[in-house]
Write a protein that binds this ligand. Structure first.
Ligand code: NIG
Ligand code: FE
Length: 399
């Protein structure tokens, strides 16, 4: 097979998240960018990065015409396997009703009633939306099936589109187990887990009033770990609670939402040595809840990721650029912090070293913006700025 190398040159700003003097980096570093840069792709990987004036020759040439190039976005939290929609619930919320997790059950009913083909088509549509907006790695949860068969098909379908599959049988207690929560937990930790674990990398639990308490959540995570899955937790979304502590104690890769945190929660995350705080500002936008205090987390030294939480209830947006704009405008993150959190931060939350940065050897997952710097993602909110996308060195985008 002939190796075709591609030189992308005349890049106005190349965000690498890799120190400029590093010849090769094994994992995402701090926010770093090179102006007037070039990048060479070879065999699906980043082969060279540096000033355009020093770029080596390559088989093919792409002229970025001064535009910015970033690592592809890493969306580390999404619920994409579902049927139906909840537009009326959203409209009612905007008319004054609060968000509650109760709507999840209506999506569960629609999902159970859908055929595999309908679920696969919905998933493909959302996966295409993500890619068109610059997301090159995404996580996908089950959690709208809540029977052994429906959870198993959810993770199996998710595994068709991403390696980052999360088993979320512990999303809520389904209606038929309303008066037998212990029985549902036995199912989640027993036959449902056994059916799902072969397709999943992660186990998640919604630890919240109205969903699962601390002991229940810890039991679900422990069972998942025993089956070879790595924990992550929906934590402290709707109010203060034990979710973050449960996540840190379980050594979870990430505690997601983190909207209502105590000082002890922030300390626990800061000293966890590996539990990322994944903030989901699209949820607060879509539910009118207060935004998480990103500055408090950053100032405490917590690793922060941004993700969409794309789902039909609390945030039906697949747009990482929207989340970046919200993180900057509403959560007072700098443009650099927000872009880092949406790339390298997501990679940390998924414990991936090959994505979220453009050091030599990284996967060639790139986004070219119709704008000269990364700041345009927040400076021009709502504008389709993603001009081209490369995934594993393959160009997906338009131009
Ligand atoms: O992350 N919090 C739990 N799960 C989703 C919401 C799911 C839904 O409302 O359908 C979330 O916000
Ligand atoms: Fe979620």
């Amino acid at each position: 097979m002939t190796r075709v190398s591609v030189l992308i040159t005349n890049i106005g700003e190349l965000v690498t998240n890799a120190p400029q003097d590093a010849v090769s980096v094994a994992s995402p570093g701090p926010f770093c960018a090179v102006n007037d840069a070039a990048l060479v792709i070879e065999d699906g990987l980043v082969a060279w990065v540096g000033p355009a004036a020093q770029a080596p020759a390559a088989d093919e040439l792409t002229d970025a015409a001064g535009r910015a190039v970033l690592p592809g976005f890493v969306d580390s939290h999404a619920h994409l396997v579902f049927a139906g929609e909840r537009g009326a619930e959203f409209a009612a919320r905007m008319a004054g009703l609060p968000y509650s997790a109760g709507g999840i059950r209506s999506t569960v009913a629609a999902t159970r009633a859908a055929s595999d083909g309908q679920l696969r088509a919905g998933l493909a549509r959302l996966a295409a939306e993500l890619a068109a907006q610059g997301t090159t790695t995404f996580e996908c949860k089950s959690g709208y099936g809540l029977t052994v068969a429906d959870e198993a098909r959810s993770v199996a379908l998710a595994a068709e589109v991403t390696p980052e599959v999360t088993y979320l049988g512990a999303h809520v207690v389904p209606a038929e187990y309303e008066s037998d929560v212990a029985g549902y937990l036995d199912l989640v930790c027993g036959p449902m887990l056994a059916a799902c674990a072969p397709f999943a990398r992660w186990v998640d639990v919604f630890c919240e009033r109205g969903a699962f308490g601390a002991d229940e959540a810890a039991a679900v995570l422990a069972a998942g770990e025993a089956a070879g899955l790595v924990p992550r937790v929906h934590a402290n979304q709707l109010g203060p609670g034990p979710g973050v502590q449960v996540a840190v104690q379980a050594g979870a890769a990430s505690a997601d939402h983190c909207t209502y945190l105590t000082d002890a929660d922030v300390d626990a995350l800061a000293s966890s040595g590996g539990t990322v705080a994944t903030l989901l500002p699209g949820v607060e936008f879509s539910t009118r809840q207060p935004y998480p205090d990103a500055r408090r987390l950053l100032e405490a030294g917590v690793t922060v990721a941004i993700a969409t939480d794309c789902n039909p209830g609390s945030c039906f947006s697949s747009s990482m650029p929207l989340c970046i704009a919200l993180a900057v405008r509403e959560m007072r993150m700098t443009t650099q912090e927000a872009v880092w959190a949406a790339t390298a931060g997501g990679a940390h939350a998924l414990r991936r070293t090959d994505v979220g940065h453009l050091g030599v050897g990284a996967r060639a997952d790139l986004v070219m913006l119709d704008g000269p710097t990364h700041a345009y993602l927040a400076y021009r909110p709502g504008v389709p700025l993603v001009a081209r996308v490369w995934q594993g060195g393959v160009a997906l985008g338009r131009e």
